[in-house]
Design a protein around this ligand. Structure first.
Ligand code: G6P
Ligand code: ZN
Length: 541
């Protein structure tokens, strides 16, 4: 066991979901080691603890795992449970933490960010409930990165990540497990696999785009091998270190391969995709893209059709920028709907306290109390279970939902890599004027209310401030401005646009057209183009 002297490295502040940096930064001298030691120290030390360790397989995943294991051993950890080959999807890691009663987990991923030597890497700590560390824990970890003087690391040979079973690393046990088995068993508990298998048997067709990322093996094992979907249902199913050179973010822009398939004349019945680490999902029917906000609402309205949720839902939650579609379903069901800041960690207390069963975010995350992460394949399987029970098409399910509850037209505009000073200037300027906006008219839209979102956690009482600037318009429109917390370069401004429509004759319109007036008003009232020097978003989802 060796004690290596080090000094604090700037820029180790965890963001929305752990620490994300350029891979080269993570591979720099002591960078990973400092952060891992700070993680152990900031969470009460590793002595006697059991951790789950795994990642999305991106470049540097395996090397980083070897370092983490040697450091866990040198810090006195009892046991590390590691996915074979260093692979664990984020939801599978969450499940393993819960199932094995581990003290926590170290998950290596930069989620949907590209991977490779010139792309991104990330590391995050999840607690014993299986969920991302809370704000207070990440603050503790960050504080340790700022006063670190040394780290512990064992000098040993590499662990064989490919060999299932137990190995020893000093006094620590390393247990290499099948990354898919426990997760697949959990899915089988929640969903009616027989009904879904019968659906496929009856000729139902689907495409699942794993985007060269971690869900490839999970989706192949569950959809093709267990549920009998045709071979080839899973596309881009072999994980690669740089995700095939792509951007493993399941949205219509980056999952274009799948969108092309689903909008072709011979499109299959159902399409889905997941991201780098398997926690996000995209759902698309034949010629019918479903926004994440609508998907959450649909799942909330029909979850009772799946065995795991047949008793109904305790409540639901959505992040603030997510559309109000699920609120309308919750109201009809007579259950609570919580509005939280962006970031899955904010759902943790609500799930732990049994206040909500289902939750989701506009950023393509949906999940339930079965784990403490969002879960891409879970969402796909719940959709499949609902499709099997209702025998309806995706488009018909959506039309039925909009007819019942109204339609929340929704889109998100991302202005990426904006100069940080300019982005801050825009937010500061708008924040200063928020109180005076009500009653003012911008591009023909009258502001009804405006505020900066803050959150008081109803379970642990913690307070989160400055979570986005919101402007509501007369007639049910809303614009939200938020700075992304997951980027690695510059600032990304997210502009979330929403318009509620309840007129039955106006439920099938083009979202871009419906939302154009709200966009124009948002740009006018924020002065975004002038202050940032950008006149159009880079990505529209
Ligand atoms: C991660 C988190 C999500 C969050 C998303 C968007 O995926 O797990 O909970 O919604 O990032 O974050 P951003 O700060 O980039 O909008
Ligand atoms: Zn992810």
């Amino acid at each position: 066991m060796t004690l290596i002297e080090t000094t604090p490295i700037a820029g180790q502040k965890p963001g929305t979901s752990g620490l994300r940096k350029r891979t080269a930064v993570f591979m720099g001298p002591h960078f990973l080691e400092n952060y891992v030691q700070a993680t152990f120290d900031g969470t009460g030390g590793a002595a006697g603890k059991t951790y789950v360790v795994g990642g999305d397989g991106r470049y540097f995943n395996d090397r980083a795992i070897q370092v983490i294991l040697r450091m866990a051993a040198a810090n006195g950890a009892l046991r590390c449970i590691v996915g074979q080959g260093g692979i664990l999807s984020t939801p599978a890691a969450s499940n393993l933490i819960r199932k094995t009663g581990a003290d926590g987990g170290l998950i290596l991923s930069a989620s949907h960010n590209p991977g490779g030597p010139d792309a991104d890497f990330g590391l995050k700590f999840n607690g014993a409930n299986g969920g991302p560390a809370s704000e207070s824990v990440t603050a503790e970890i960050y504080a340790r990165t700022q006063d670190i003087t040394a780290y512990h690391i064992a000098e040993t040979q590499d662990v064989d990540l490919g060999a299932l079973g137990q190995q020893r690393l000093g006094d620590m046990v390393v247990e290499i497990v099948d990354p898919v088995a426990d997760y697949a068993a959990l899915m089988e508990d929640l969903f009616d696999f027989n009904a879904i298998a019968a659906l496929f048997q009856g000729g139902f067709t689907m495409r699942f785009d794993a985007m060269h990322a971690v869900t490839g093996p999970y989706a192949t094992a569950i959809l093709e091998d267990r549920l009998g979907a045709a071979k080839g249902t899973v596309m881009n199913g072999t994980p690669s270190e740089d995700f095939g050179g792509g951007h493993p973010d399941p949205n219509p822009i980056w999952a274009k391969d799948l969108m092309d398939v689903m909008y072709a004349d011979d499109a299959p019945d159902f399409g889905a995709a997941s991201d780098g680490d398997g926690d996000r999902n995209m759902i698309v029917g034949r010629g019918a893209y479903v926004t994440p906000s609508d998907s959450l609402a649909l799942l909330a309205s029909k979850a009772h059709l799946a065995p795991g949720y047949q008793g109904g839902l305790a409540g639901v939650a959505r992040s603030m920028p997510t559309s109000g579609a699920v609120d309308r379903v919750a109201e009809a069901l007579g259950i609570s709907c919580y509005e939280t800041p962006t970031g899955w960690k904010f759902f943790g207390t609500l799930l732990d306290a049994g206040k909500v069963t289902l939750c989701g975010e506009e950023s393509a995350g949906t999940g339930s109390d079965h784990v403490r992460e969002k879960d891409g394949l879970w969402a796909v399987l719940l959709w499949l279970n609902i499709l099997a029970e209702t025998k309806m098409s995706v488009a018909d399910l959506m039309a039925e939902m909009w007819g019942t509850y109204g339609r929340c037209y929704y889109t998100r505009h991302d202005y990426e890599d904006v100069e940080a000073d300019r982005a801050n200037a825009m937010f500061d300027g708008l924040r200063a004027r928020l109180g005076d906006l009500a009653g003012e008219v911008f591009a023909g839209q009258t502001v009804a209310w405006a505020d900066e979102f803050a959150y008081d956690d109803p379970v642990d009482g913690s307070h989160a401030s400055a979570q986005g600037l919101r402007v509501g318009f007369e007639g049910g429109g809303r614009a939200v401005f938020r700075l992304s917390g997951t980027g690695t370069v510059g600032a990304t401004i997210r502009l979330y646009l929403e318009q509620l429509e309840t007129n039955a004759a106006r439920l099938g319109l083009d979202p871009a057209e419906v939302l154009a007036p709200i966009n124009a008003a948002a740009l006018a009232l924020s002065d975004l183009p002038a202050v940032t020097g950008r006149d159009a978003p880079n990505v529209i989802t």
